[in-house]
Design a protein around this ligand. Structure first.
Ligand SMILES: C[S@@+](CC[C@H](N)C(=O)[O-])C[C@H]1O[C@@H](n2cnc3c(N)ncnc32)[C@H](O)[C@@H]1O
Length: 295
């Protein structure tokens, strides 16, 4: 698994600089949680990236390296679709870990995420972004896709609607072998497993079309084998390091009533507490048949 720490440092540096320029507006966001409408604000997007990008990028790097291993020599190129992609940290993780494999990536998001432009792309990067709600996707949009990604997004997709439609759209594929890179918020064990249950919708639609998976879809992973919750991300890869210079510090800290429980001046994610990932491979056993009509 490759974690490109220099790339992450560059991302943090640019977002930190840009976020600092709006310090006079931070209090407006001091009590905003992760709400769908919040993503529309560029200030909130920057705050989100500063808090979550390095940790989520690491998780997607692990998933991308698992994918690389699973694909083996069977593919020379793959098409990848990511739903609720945000600033596309998963694209950059794939880029670092799919060496030697051509891939085209399209990220779909109902929010524009204009701060994506703060992350420099190279000319050879095959990254497409479509500003759409998943409800408007049709089978033609996804019929070439080999790998589907839910990057910390399935709970949002479930809440904002359209997951059933997306499930049917994915399952309408003509492909016989497809992969899912699922990155849930928690998931599995005695923790909140609502994201796992949301994926049941996709699984059921695939099953109706004759797909099966031999992977364990009830299990999510949180880093190295045998690792418990609350472990430092550095224990997963020594390359992970969040430079202190990019922590958010506020000159007004403690001077106002709103400072209590402030959501801006907060530690970024540095442990595996938010991790929960799995790679699922589905193969079609029989020719496409939709069992739904006679049930
Ligand atoms: C928690 S963010 C994850 C962002 C990104 N994947 C990451 O790893 O940082 C969830 C994303 O899902 C998007 N989203 C929510 N509902 C959606 C929908 N119905 N269709 C498309 N995107 C949606 C939001 O705009 C948001 O960008």
């Amino acid at each position: 698994m490759k974690y490109d720490s220099q790339f992450v440092d560059r991302v943090l540096e640019r977002f930190h600089k840009s976020f600092n320029r709006s310090a006079h507006r931070w209090c407006e966001f001091s009590h905003d949680g992760l709400r769908a409408q919040a993503y529309r604000s560029t200030i909130y997007q920057k705050l989100y990236v500063l808090r979550y990008f390095p940790a989520y990028y690491l998780e997607y790097c692990i998933l991308a390296s698992l994918l690389k291993r699973r694909l083996g020599d069977a593919y020379s190129s793959v098409q990848i679709a990511s739903f609720g992609c945000g600033v596309c940290p998963d694209f950059h993780a794939l880029k670092a870990n799919l060496e030697g494999l051509d891939f085209d990536y399209i990220g779909y998001d109902s929010c524009q995420w204009s701060t994506r432009k703060l992350i420099a792309l190279e000319e050879s990067d095959s990254l497409g972004f479509q500003h759409v709600h998943i409800k408007s996707l049709t089978p033609v949009d996804l019929d070439e896709v080999d790998v589907f990604i839910f990057p910390k997004s399935i709970s949002d997709l479930g809440q904002t609607g359209g997951l059933e439609h997306l499930a049917e759209t994915i399952a309408a594929t003509e492909k016989h072998r497809v992969f899912f890179l699922n990155s849930f918020v928690y998931g599995g064990g005695d923790r909140d497993d609502s994201d796992l249950r949301r994926f049941d919708i996709i699984h059921a639609a695939l099953e109706r079309k004759g797909f099966i998976t031999l992977d364990d879809r009830e299990t999510t992973h949180i880093g190295r084998k045998g690792m418990g919750r609350g472990r430092s991300l550095r224990a997963i890869t020594h390359d992970y390091a969040y430079p202190q210079a990019h922590f958010i510090t506020c000159a007004r800290k403690g001077s106002k009533a709103e400072c209590q429980g402030c959501n801006v001046v907060k530690y970024p994610v540095v442990t595996n507490n938010f991790m929960g990932f799995q790679l699922l491979e589905y193969n079609r056993l029989s020719p496409a048949r939709d069992l739904g009509w006679w049930r």
